[in-house]
Design a protein around this ligand. Structure first.
Ligand SMILES: CC(C)(COP(=O)(O)OP(=O)(O)OC[C@H]1O[C@@H](n2cnc3c(N)ncnc32)[C@H](O)[C@@H]1OP(=O)(O)O)[C@@H](O)C(=O)NCCC(=O)NCCS
Length: 177
C-alpha cells in the first residue's frame, strides 16, 4: 500500500486520521486518561513523554513512512482513541498492530470492534495477508477481544516495557488471505 491516506477512515461518525509529532500534546492527554493501561503494561501510571515516544519510535530498520499512528476523533472532534500500525512488518504485505487504545469513556460499546474491522478491510483491500499483534498476558479482556476478531495465538514471549517492567506477551496473527 502506498499513500498517506490509505488509513483515513470514517467509522460511524468517528474520524480516523494519521497523526504526527505535532499531535504529541493531545495524544499525551488521551494517554493520561488511559493510565489504567499503562499501569498494566509498565507497572506505573502514564509517563510524561509517553505520547511523543509513541509518535517517534520505529522498529529497527523501519522508516517513518512505514508507521501509521492513527487518531480516532469523536464527532465533536475530541481525540478518543489511538492506533499504531507498521506496514510490511514482519514481512511484505503484513501489518503489525502495535496498539489500539480507547478512552475509558468509549470502551465496551462496540467502537473498538468497528474500528478494527474498518482497518482490517482497508489493509486487506491493499493486499495485506495478515495482521499481527502482541497482547499482554495480564490483559485477558483484550486477549478475548482480539480472539473474537479472528486472531490466533502464535507464541508467548517475555516482554520488557520501556519502564523496565517485565511481563509476558502473547503474539497473535489474524490471517486475511
Ligand atoms: C481493547 C479495546 C480496544 C476494545 O475496544 P472496545 O470498544 O472496548 O471493545 P468492544 O466494545 O468492541 O468489544 C467488547 C469486548 O472488548 C473487550 N474489552 C477489552 N477491554 C475492555 C474494556 N475496558 N471494556 C469493555 N470491553 C473490553 C472484551 O472482550 C469485550 O467483550 P466482552 O463484553 O465479551 O467481555 C478497548 O477496550 C481498550 O482500549 N482497552 C484498553 C487498552 C487495551 O487494552 N488495548 C489493547 C492492547 S493489545
Amino acid at each position: 500500500m502506498t499513500g498517506d491516506d490509505v488509513l483515513d477512515l470514517d467509522v460511524d461518525g468517528y474520524r480516523v486520521e494519521r497523526l504526527g509529532p505535532a499531535d504529541a500534546a493531545v495524544v499525551q492527554r488521551l494517554y493520561e486518561r488511559c493510565s489504567d493501561y499503562h499501569q498494566l503494561e509498565e507497572g506505573i501510571p502514564t509517563r510524561p513523554g509517553a505520547a511523543a515516544h509513541l509518535l517517534a519510535a520505529l522498529p529497527p530498520g523501519r522508516e517513518a513512512a512505514d508507521k501509521y499512528v492513527l487518531g480516532v476523533r469523536a464527532p465533536g472532534g475530541e481525540l478518543v482513541g489511538v492506533m499504531d500500525l507498521i506496514r510490511d512488518c514482519p514481512d511484505r504485505n503484513e501489518w503489525w498492530l502495535g496498539l489500539l487504545m480507547l478512552d475509558p469513556d468509549v470502551r465496551g460499546s462496540g467502537l473498538g470492534g468497528r474500528l478494527y474491522r474498518a482497518v482490517e478491510q482497508a489493509v486487506r483491500s491493499g493486499g495485506a495477508t495478515s495482521i499481527y499483534l502482541g497482547v499482554l498476558e495480564q490483559n485477558p479482556s483484550a486477549e478475548r477481544f482480539w480472539r473474537s476478531h479472528g486472531f490466533q495465538e502464535l507464541r508467548r514471549q517475555p516482554y520488557t516495557a520501556a519502564s523496565g517492567h517485565q511481563s509476558r506477551v502473547i503474539v497473535m496473527r489474524h490471517r486475511l488471505a
